[in-house]
Design a protein around this ligand. Sequence first.
Ligand SMILES: [Ca+2]
Length: 148
Amino acid sequence: MWGCWIVFLVIVIGNVVQSTVFHISRVKKSWVSAIEYCKCYEMRLAVVDTLEKQKLLEQAIVGSPIFSKKYTTVWIGANDRETEGHFVWQPTGTAVQYSNWGPTAPNKRGRNKNCVHLVYSENRIFEWDDWRCQRESNVACEKIKDCD
Ligand SMILES: [Ca+2]
C-alpha cells in the first residue's frame, strides 16, 4: 500500500504544519465497509471540502495503480443517508458546501443513492455522483496530521 501514499497540501498555522495524506485503496469495498477500511489505517473517508483538496485528490488517484482512463470510481465521505438531499461528511456530520457534482447529480430520483463517489471516464472528469452505498468501489482515505 505504501506505493499509494501521497502527501500534499501543507498548511502552516503558527508553528504547526498541517498536512493531508491520501490513500487510494487497491481493493473495492461497499461505502460502509470503506469506513472500516480507512479506520483500520487510522484514517477516514476523504473529506473533499475545498477545490484544492479536490484537485490534489485527483492527482493522487491519477498517480495510483488503480487508475484507468476508461473507468475509475472512488468513494469519498459525502453522503445523504440520514436526510435525503442533505449531504454531509462522514464522520463529522459537517454539511457539504464545496462540491463537484456532475450535470445529472445528485440524482434525487434515486432514493437509495445516498453515498458519493468520484467518477472518471471518457466524459466524466472526476465528477461527483450519488450511488447506491452497497456498490463496490475503490476508496479514498485521508489523514490530517498536525506536526510542530
Ligand atoms: Ca440520496
